[in-house]
Design a protein around this ligand. Sequence first.
Ligand code: GLP
Length: 259
Amino acid sequence: MEIVILPTPADVARTAADAIEQQVRRGPSVLGLATGSTPLGTYAELIGRHRAGGLSFANAQAFLLDEYVGLPAGHPQSYHSVIREEFTGSVDFAPDAVHGLNGMAEDLEAEAAQYEERISASGGVDIQILGIGTDGHVGFNEPMSSLASRTRIKTLTRQTRQDNARFFESAADVPEHVLTQGLGTIRRARHLLLLAMGEAKAEAIAAAVEGPVAALCPASALQLHPHVSVLVDEAAASRLAHRDYYTDTFGRKPAWQGL
Ligand code: GLP
């Protein structure tokens, strides 16, 4: 894992956007997209670069991490709608290039299995953006998720429903069930970008990065991945014990290495 501590959330957004831009410019790419507040700055940055004329997503595909069960695709809080609103609808992805899970599928297990197949058939995700929940979840893999899990239905914790209540009228309106890529699915992406900003994420980041690999903190499973960039602002880094080491090594990294 490479831990990159940046001064502000805007720096996190710019650095993540740089990594995604580099990937997209390399050729046809498969992007893994997350929802939630964390990647919004990155998406705004990418939209800006697209509008400024240089950056095209016409040769990219995208896969969403997760989806609520029971919200129709047109519901404003379905991740299908959110990602279109916040990112994909404002750039030039080809029609049908943005893939999501259908939380209204009659057979949710079959939907999950087909999603795995679609990701594999695409050649796999080149770069996956991830946020982190206050309980250490990634995607919607709540604590105790199998470190080897694949896309499947999960039940949200009270904490996560509370955390996401701000997007709904009340916590009671947050769906109880979701479909999410598993930790094993996420770990098959070739490069993981874990983003976190703000003090509220500091404890989860410390557990994910410096704690033991344990199902209790799903994001700790990323320690088993060969190429993870953890981009955090000072506040989200505030509980890390080895901040000086991370800052020192990143500062002395050869520029040609990139993230
Ligand atoms: C949500 C999403 C995750 C996201 C996380 C943190 O429930 N399913 O993909 O990373 O929780 O959300 P936020 O970025 O809004 O803090």
